[in-house]
Design a binder for this molecule. Structure first.
Ligand code: ADP
Ligand code: ADP
Length: 228
């Protein structure tokens, strides 16, 4: 199993203001799957993704990724793990405004020996004609594809996406999903997507539903809808 989450708990605040966000979560994700985390706003989806991505520390429980329990790593080793194994894509693309598309993608490339060629990524993501432009000169969909290319530049084993289509229209969202499918097939990247969009869930291999800090549903999609 590629991701193994056991008895995960996370709360925020002190004493009477204490809010339990992740109540006791257990889940597994196999290598090479596209898995969607669904649930209403405030159900703890982003918190769960941030815990799995080692961006937040749980109160208790364990998170194993590719055989390593990241809750046991010290902060230095965790940072290295994140750098070598994980890619992140967020709703707002977090591009550097005064770097071109190509430079935004190249920013992380030195970090890993296993990096994919920038040209290959630019080709795969259809950014050839935009590589010399700045983020403000391209559409939202193109900015998100640039952010995706940057996240993929170190060939991460696990790609974590938080509402990656949240700021995109339907057509661009579908295009982004088609690209995620393509990347998943080509590089066997395991992909976790946080969304409240059911259409995206229908396109993924596994769906995890969160309700009040617990997994209310967890199923494998035998026949995911093709985004392409
Ligand atoms: P979702 O992604 O499902 O909308 P989140 O994981 O973002 O849910 O948030 C779940 C709850 O946790 C919300 O009520 C939110 O206000 C709270 N929360 C999230 N992050 C923090 C934080 N750093 N400090 C305090 N409360 C937080
Ligand atoms: P999306 O739905 O992907 O965000 P838009 O509707 O924003 O797409 O953009 C459609 C087209 O307009 C894109 O092909 C893009 O190249 C162009 N475009 C969008 N914003 C800008 C901009 N600020 N400057 C130049 N071209 C733009």
């Amino acid at each position: 199993m590629f991701i193994k989450v056991k008895n995960l708990k996370k709360s925020y605040g002190e004493k009477e203001n204490r809010m339990v966000i992740i109540n006791d979560i257990n889940l597994n994700v196999e290598k090479g799957r596209i898995c969607t985390i669904l649930g209403p706003s405030g159900s703890g989806k982003s918190t769960l993704l941030n815990l799995i991505g080692g961006l937040e520390e749980p109160d208790s429980g364990s998170i194993e990724i590719d055989g390593i329990d990241i809750t046991e790593l010290n902060s230095k080793k965790l940072a290295l793990f994140r750098r070598n194994k994980l890619g992140f894509v967020f709703q707002f693309y977090n591009l550097i405004p005064n770097l071109t598309v190509r430079e935004n993608i190249e920013v992380c490339e030195y970090l890993s020996k296993d990096s994919l060629k920038v040209d290959e990524l630019i080709g795969t993501l259809g950014l050839e004609d935009h590589q010399k432009k700045f983020p403000r000169q391209i559409s939202g969909g193109q900015q998100q594809r640039t952010a995706l290319a940057r996240a993929l530049s170190k060939n991460p084993a696990l790609l974590l996406c938080d509402e990656p289509t949240g700021a995109l229209d339907y057509k661009s969202s579908k295009e982004l999903l088609a690209l995620l499918e393509q990347i998943n097939k080509k590089y066997n990247t395991t992909i976790l997507i946080v969304t409240h969009n059911n259409a995206i869930a229908n396109m993924s291999h596994q769906v995890i539903n969160l309700r009040d800090g617990l997994v209310s549903e967890n199923y494998v999609n035998e026949k995911p809808v093709q985004a392409a």
